[in-house]
Structures are given as structure tokens and as C-alpha cells.
Design a binder for this molecule. Structure first.
Ligand SMILES: Cc1cc2nc3c(=O)[nH]c(=O)nc-3n(C[C@H](O)[C@H](O)[C@H](O)COP(=O)(O)O)c2cc1C
Length: 357
């Protein structure tokens, strides 16, 4: 009996196993649109047996993109492409999730294989926004501090994106509040120096995320799960802490969030992060235990035994794999074989299911 291959039901939705494709930017869109790359990339992972596939960060507004090449969901014209993804994933038994995101002060950067640093406006870049006019890297151009009108627009953009996600056929929404992007910038005292009701105290710094969650949950059907990805620690003195994450998770649970996807870091370029196998699982375990909410574990989870142990020992309810799923789109099918679990392969591939002869 494998825990990794035990279905998980959240609200009215059942996910066939605990293996989730972690959101991964492909930087392959023009004006936010889906193209064949996205369909083949995500579709391959559905064929490969993942239970839940969460798209890369989909920007809720053009200025919320990390790069000019990000996926977007700020316009109804994006819907047909997104629908291609959800239709194919559903046909192959995978639940389609979408990560809704705003990159804040880390927006308007070059895609790594096209350049480095900030894209100037003359080359299609844009003025970034943030809780405070503090750049991510010292010496970079400062973001514009959002005023109340700008904050209201961010909330409205997440709300509209949620409605589009539903229209496109997604069944899980994940709000991206990690990795130093806009919502985490509000959470962390290292990037939020505001003196109004969005800065200072813990309650003030979490306000925008709660408002985004409220707007999202209001539009998202009661039978569908809502996830929030957080950075459980800034790994930096004076920054956001694991205890803050537990407190936030308990509040989010009360507001209708179903699962906390527990990543870390990304808000402090100089943070010293002890990266290694399963290095973030401890936060999924802590938040699961102390806030009594479902969690997802992510970060250097690369093999079946490791993934099985995380679920079986109750450290998390889902495992999210990113780079291993790029190395092996069929990781779930291979993991099932390793763990001795009989899972269905696509009919088209059935002749390859048995061991090599
Ligand atoms: C190519 C690539 C793109 C990524 N894009 C996103 C993203 O859009 N949103 C996000 O929350 N994390 C993103 N991440 C982080 C991953 O989701 C994951 O948290 C991280 O890679 C650690 O997991 P891993 O060790 O399994 O790769 C990305 C990672 C990679 C490798």
C-alpha cells in the first residue's frame, strides 16, 4: 500500500495521487499567450501520470510578469489557449491547477537565456511596483510604491484572473505569495517599510494577501481547492519566519485556503540557504502540525522512496516536484513501478508498461 499513490480528496475534488508538477516558468509566451510549447510540456507530464499539474506563474496583469515572456491571464483572449491545456490534462486524468502571480519588484527582468538584469522600457520593460520603493538588488532602479488605488487594482486583477481560471477549466488555483514576488514583498518586513495599514505589524503586512484570498475565494467554486504558495522563511535575520508562516497558515485556513505549498526564500538575494535533498520539507511538516492545514512539500524531492516517505510519515499531503519532472516527465509512472503500485498507463503506451525483455 503506497501513500504516494493514495488519492487525495480536497473539497469536491479528488486527485489520483500525491505527485504534483510544481509551477515552472517556461518564459515562452508572447503577450502572455499559451502556445504549442505549453501544451506539449504540461501535456507530457499528464501522460507521465502526475496527479496534479500546476502551470507556471500566470501573471494577473502585464506589469505582474517576471519577464516579457511570461504566461498571462489578464485578458479574456488568453482563455482559448489555457483551455487547450486543461482539456488535454483532463483527458489524461490529471487535475489542472494554475498559479496566479504578480512579480512586484522582481518584474521586468530578462529571461535568463536572453540577458540578465532589468529590461529597459525601450526594450519592452516596464516600471515595477512594490509595497515600498526598495529594489531587490541594491543599485537597481527602485520600484514604485503602490498607493491604495494600485493595491485595489491588484486585488481586482486577482479576482478577474480567478474568474478566467474557472472559465478556462482549471480546478485548483494557487496564489503565488512566495519567492520575493509582490504578495511576499508585503509579508516580509525586509521589503515592506510602509507606515499605512499595509505595513508595520504582522496583521498589516498580511492584509493584502488576505484581501487577495478573499477576492479569489469569493469567485472560486466551493467544491474546488485554493492553495497558497508561501516562502516559509526569508532565511534572514529580521525577516519573515517559520513562526510567522504558522500564524499566517492558521488565518488562511479560516479564510477558505485548503493547502499551503511550502517553499522558502527568494526575497533576499544574499540569503544563505542550506540547500539539499528535501531541505524545505521541515516547513511543510511544521505548518501541517501547528496550523492543522494540508501542506505541500517542495524542494529537491527527486526519487520515489523519498516522496513516499514524506507522505507516509505525515510530513505533507502532496509532494511538488519541479526539476525532477523536467528530467523525467514520466516520474510518476516510474515511481509507481519502483513502489510496486499498478497504475494505468495511457492506452497508447500500454505495450511498454511491462519490464523490458
Ligand atoms: C524552470 C523553473 C521555473 C520555475 N518557475 C516557478 C514558478 O513559476 N512559480 C513558482 O512558484 N516556482 C517556480 N519555480 C520553483 C519550483 O516550483 C520549485 O519550487 C523549485 O524548483 C524547487 O523544487 P525542485 O528542487 O523540485 O526543482 C521554478 C523552478 C524552475 C526549475
Amino acid at each position: 500500500m503506497s501513500s504516494l499513490f493514495t488519492p487525495l480528496t480536497i473539497r469536491g475534488l479528488t486527485i489520483k495521487n500525491r505527485i504534483t508538477v510544481s509551477p515552472m516558468c517556461m518564459y515562452s509566451s508572447i503577450d502572455g499567450f499559451v502556445n504549442d510549447w505549453h501544451v506539449v510540456h504540461l501535456g507530457s507530464r499528464a501522460v507521465g501520470g502526475a496527479g496534479l499539474i500546476i502551470t507556471e506563474a500566470a501573471a494577473v496583469s502585464p506589469e505582474g510578469r517576471i519577464t516579457p515572456d511570461d504566461l498571462g491571464i489578464w485578458h479574456d483572449e488568453h482563455l482559448p489557449g489555457l483551455k487547450r491545456i486543461t482539456t488535454f490534462l483532463a483527458e489524461h486524468g490529471a487535475v489542472a491547477g494554475i498559479q496566479l502571480a504578480h512579480a512586484g519588484r522582481k518584474a521586468s527582468t530578462y529571461t535568463s537565456w536572453k540577458g540578465s538584469g532589468i529590461v529597459p522600457e525601450a526594450e519592452g520593460g516596464w516600471q515595477t511596483v512594490a509595497p515600498s520603493a526598495i529594489p531587490f538588488h541594491a543599485g537597481q532602479p527602485a520600484p514604485t510604491e503602490l498607493d491604495q488605488t494600485g493595491i485595489d487594482r491588484v486585488i481586482a486583477d486577482f479576482r478577474a484572473a480567478t474568474l478566467r481560471a474557472l472559465a478556462a477549466g482549471f480546478q485548483v488555483v494557487e496564489i503565488h505569495a512566495a519567492h520575493g514576488y509582490l504578495l511576499q514583498e508585503f509579508l516580509s518586513p525586509l521589503s515592506n517599510a510602509r507606515t499605512d495599514s499595509y505595513g508595520g505589524s504582522f496583521d498589516n503586512r498580511i492584509r493584502l494577501l488576505l484581501q487577495v484570498v478573499e477576492a479569489t475565494r469569493a469567485e472560486w467554486p466551493a467544491e474546488y481547492p485554493l492553495f497558497v504558495r508561501i516562502s516559509a522563511t526569508d532565511w534572514t535575520e529580521g525577516g519573515w519566519t517559520p513562526a510567522d508562516s504558522v500564524a499566517l497558515a492558521a488565518i488562511l485556513k479560516d479564510r477558505g485556503v485548503d493547502l499551503i505549498d511550502c517553499s522558502t526564500g527568494g526575497n533576499v538575494p544574499t540569503a544563505d540557504i542550506p540547500v539539499g535533498p528535501g531541505y524545505q520539507v521541515q516547513f511543510a511538516e511544521k505548518i501541517r502540525q501547528e496550523a492543522d492545514i494540508l501542506t505541500g512539500a517542495v524542494g529537491i524531492i527527486t526519487n520515489a522512496a523519498q516522496a513516499e516517505a514524506i507522505i507516509a510519515s505525515g510530513q505533507a499531503d502532496l509532494v511538488l516536484l519541479a526539476r525532477e519532472m523536467l528530467r523525467d516527465p514520466y516520474f510518476p509512472l516510474h515511481a509507481a513501478q519502483e513502489l510496486g503500485v499498478d497504475v494505468a498507463w495511457p492506452d497508447q503506451y500500454a505495450r511498454a508498461k511491462r519490464a523490458k525483455k
